[in-house]
Design a protein around this ligand. Structure first.
Ligand SMILES: [Zn+2]
Length: 199
């Protein structure tokens, strides 16, 4: 039986993080709390976003197009809300360059905007060093785990140790991530490109 109540749960019981994309009308600003980006192919499948699961992916087998997105955790200016930010791989080039140059994204001020101010138009990201001496930067969430919650996947399937190298649900294409991680300036797969199922 469901446990119904006429009371709302306390704030501390609210699980998960909101997913934020760049709005068309005003820039999104905040401090990045994660060290790095997490990238993943996703499909729009069955009326919702699902991560591509590689060779066993139902969406791929039904020729549903896959898109590559990048995610990071962000503490929004003003509201201080801690969210998961999503952008396309094209927009994320600047994040990869910054990470490769400075070693981490954490503590960097991110401004995301759409120059054309139109929904789904190109996103531009600007990064800036800021003085953090008077700022307490919150601990970053496990972005992969937060995505599992957003995508309603069982987080119990997530490895808890060595998460960097073991996240099959979220990082089906390890080769892409390795390339993003270790080769400065190397391009990421273009947005909207159909992901090939390996033979
Ligand atoms: Zn797939």
């Amino acid at each position: 039986m469901p446990n119904f109540s006429n009371q709302l749960p306390p704030e501390s019981e609210t699980k998960g993080f909101d997913l934020k994309r760049t709005p068309p009308d005003s820039p999104l600003k905040g401090l990045i709390t994660s060290d790095d980006i997490v990238g993943c192919y996703t499909h729009w499948w069955g009326g919702r976003t699902v991560p591509c699961e590689g060779d066993s992916c139902e969406a791929c087998h039904n020729s549903a197009p896959a898109r590559f997105h990048c995610y990071l955790s962000l503490c929004l200016n003003g509201s201080r809300q801690h969210v998961i930010f999503e952008c396309t791989s094209k927009a994320a080039d600047v994040l990869v360059d910054w990470r490769n140059t400075h070693g981490t994204l954490r503590g960097t001020l991110l401004t995301a905007h759409r120059p054309k101010r139109v929904k789904n138009s190109k996103v531009e990201l600007l990064l800036k060093h800021v003085d953090l001496t008077a700022t307490i930067l919150p601990k970053p969430p496990d972005v992969r785990q937060a995505l599992c919650v957003l995508w309603k996947l069982p987080t119990t399937a997530m490895p808890t140790n060595d998460a960097e190298h073991n996240a099959p649900l979220i990082t089906p294409d390890q080769a892409v991530l390795n390339r993003m991680r270790f080769q400065p300036g190397d391009g990421m797969p273009s947005n909207g490109k159909k992901r090939r199922v390996s033979q």
